[in-house]
Design a protein around this ligand. Sequence first.
Ligand code: SF4
Length: 328
Amino acid sequence: MFDLRLDDITEWIRCKCFSSVAIQLPEGLKIRATEIADHIFSNTNVPVIILGDPCYGACDLYVNYKGIADGLVHFGHSPIPSISDDKNILFVEALADLDIRKGIRNIADALPKKVGLLATVQYINTLKDAKDVLEDLGKKVLIGKGDGRLKYDGQVLGCNCSAAESVADGVDCFLYIGEGDFHPLAAAFGVGKEIKVFNPITNELRLVDDVRDRILRKRFAAIEKAKDARSFLVIVCTKAGQRRDRVADELIKNINSTGRKAYKTVMEEITPDSLLAYRVDAYVNTACPRLAMDDSVRYGKPILTPPEAEVAIGLREWDDYEFDAIRD
Ligand code: SF4
């Protein structure tokens, strides 16, 4: 169902005259890694190196591929335009090949008059059909334009809902097309509108309000706990699309100004084990914001996003809680 464009890839490798190529896949596609490597090698005779480290987004783009291969094929994500325009990197977005028109027609009555459309990149090509169907049924439909972190109109990342923000004032709710909670939750945290999720595989329509509220209650509890912290470890990630030194440095200044201590650490993979040794009371993660929001239970101490840390040290009110979007 997801188009891996294997023939386009082999054509690209041949045109580039590479002597080797690396492939980078998200966890869900790694099961196809050997099949992809076999296809490339048998059609080009070019050796393939499979990058084995975890890959959660285009933010994980292996920009140092030149140390191991002439080119890189990155699967499952769209490029983050502000990170790299390297012509020897090919993004294969694995777009879904399916017709959602009937499913959208069936759920249209459950939508208000003015609707914003959103999708994760795999379903971005379905937005036009969804818009046509809904407009035929008399709805006003808006698809927003995001910042430099988003390649497509209407796209949402787990850390960026700027496309939704750009049209939020003109719609009554957003319809997100895709699977899972991860991406629609970013919009649910980031814009003050109801998010309805349409699963194009099962044709189900559902809300994410309950999940959002449950996570926000946990965030409130983590912030309350961190209010007693006297020392913070402020984490900066070296991954191409997650590095935010300026945010970290500003926060360290702010923490220190309240009489607490802040230490800066730089690392590539942020895991509970990689933080275990540090004798601090709480962590602040300036990398992927979803690590603190969705995975905090795995960490033995409060782990906060930068805006949450501001609440914990008294520089921001809980009522001004803000989703820690990564913007470009
Ligand atoms: S920073 Fe997190 S949410 Fe954003 S693209 Fe990377 S993995 Fe996804």
